[in-house]
Structure formats: C-alpha cells, structure tokens
Write a protein that binds this ligand. Structure first.
Ligand SMILES: [Zn+2]
Ligand SMILES: [Zn+2]
Length: 259
C-alpha cells in the first residue's frame, strides 16, 4: 500500500512541476504588488518585499501586539491584562502598513484574488505555534447579503489556502452571521464591540460538531479584535475548547491607523 502510494505520487509531482512550468510560460510570474516579472507565480519582487513589515519577537503572547522592546518577565500586554480577550491567542505575521494594506484591499475588492495565496503562505508557518489539536479552520463569515454584494469572502479564500497547506479541516458552516452590522471603519474599540455584539451564531445542527474542538479563526485584518471576540462567544457556548485567531495583518496602533 505504502509503495503504491509512493509510486502514485511520482507522476503527480511530475505533473505539478510540469504544469507549473507551463503556467510560468503561458502566464509569466509577476510581482503581486507592482507587476514586475518575478521567479514564482505567487510572490513579491525584491523591490516590494521590504515594503512588508513583519511582526517578530517580542510580542504579546495573548493578542500578538508587538512590544517596542522586551521587558524581562513580561509576555502579556497591558490591554490583555486589563481585559483578557475572549480568544486564547491571536497572531498576525504582518503589521498593517502601506504594502499589506494594498494587498488586502486589492484582495477584498476582488481585483487580485491571487493575493490570498500569497498572504496564506505567510500565515501558514504560524499555525503550529498555536498548539491546537486538529483545529477546525474557520473563516470569519460575512452576512449573506454582503456576500452577494461582494461576491466572495476574502477570509474564506485565506482559510481555504491555509486548510490545504496544513491539512486541517476547513469549516465554513459552524459559524454564521445572524444580523447585518455596520462597517467597522471609523468606529472606536467600544463602538466596534457594540456593533458586532451578538452578530454571530453557531447553527443548532452544528453545535455537536464544534463541541470539544479546537478552533482557528481566520480573518484578513485584526484591528481591535472586536469581530473575532464576538465570534468566540457563540463558539464557547457551543463547547469549543481552545480558540486561536490567525489574521494576515494586525493594526499595531488602532488610534493612528484605523481602517
Ligand atoms: Zn513588486
Ligand atoms: Zn495583548
């Protein structure tokens, strides 16, 4: 059985390699940001790459906000100490800045759906660091009306790539929007929490499925955390065990860079 699997894998790998080469020939790979020719189908050119700002150690082990400098013995930020978030841990590989904003807005507006793969490639290496057990990869849902208007949900695209990359199960059915909310732009942290309060639900027929499971919530940007926190309440009520939050980018100072 093992040998058959290995034998089967060789032609598939060869096909993938060959089809990748054909794709490179038909559609020469271009930088996802500026369009310059690059070596790979999904990526940024060497000029655009430094425009991304990565969040590196030290950062809050609870909400992922980067610290300006390491303080011995301090691993959780003041905000998380004051008001512990509803999720167990959140992390974003990118700090929300000019380049990541461009990539995320182009993805959101449907101009460049390929950015989902690029961003998911940056997120995937962090999935294991959450220490979750066979987590359900769960995108933050859009209200069905907004989904019709927007045609797709960028969080689903990111989650689908992540599920494929990690082998964990994609679950787009266990978390739903039960009411429409105003856009979060321009609202402060308290208004954001109020806006999304009770906006999400776990459908009754999915509660048994969520019970006892670890969840990894996926979204594009973490601003104040209000949206993902609102997702946690119905998930906990349904018996979810640990809840991690992985977003492509994080607003590091909500006051100065509200989106
Ligand atoms: Zn470029
Ligand atoms: Zn924190």
């Amino acid at each position: 059985m093992q040998r058959e699997t290995l034998q089967d894998a060789a032609p598939i790998a060869a096909f993938k390699f060959a089809s990748g080469k054909v794709l490179d020939f038909v559609l020469p790979p271009r930088c996802a940001s500026c369009g310059a020719l690059t070596e790979r189908q999904v990526g940024l050119c060497s000029a655009c790459w430094p425009g991304l700002s990565f969040i590196t150690d030290p950062f809050c082990e609870r909400c992922g906000v980067p610290f300006e400098f390491a303080v011995p013995g301090r691993s959780v930020c003041a905000a998380c100490l004051r008001r512990p978030p509803a999720f167990d841990r959140a992390f974003s590989p990118l700090s929300y800045g000019d380049m990541s904003r461009t990539l995320i807005l182009q993805l959101k507006h449907g101009d460049r759906l390929g950015h989902a793969q690029l961003l998911a490639n940056l997120m995937a290496p962090h999935v294991a660091s959450f220490g979750l057990e066979s987590p359900l990869i769960m995108p933050v849902p859009l209200h069905p009306w907004r989904l019709i208007w927007r045609r797709f949900n960028q969080s689903v695209l990111l989650a689908r790539h992540l599920a494929r990359a990690t082998g964990h199960k994609l679950d787009v059915f266990s978390l739903a929007r039960r009411r429409r909310t105003k856009m979060q732009q321009g609202l402060d942290a308290r208004q954001r929490r109020e806006n999304v309060r009770a906006a999400f639900m776990v459908p009754a027929k999915r509660r048994g499925f969520v019970k006892g499971r670890d969840i990894l919530l996926i979204d594009d940007v973490f601003t104040t955390g209000a949206t993902v926190e609102a997702c946690c309440k119905p998930l906990r009520k349904a018996g979810a065990r640990r809840i991690g939050v992985l977003t492509a980018a994080r607003v590091v100072s909500p006051q100065s860079a509200a989106i």
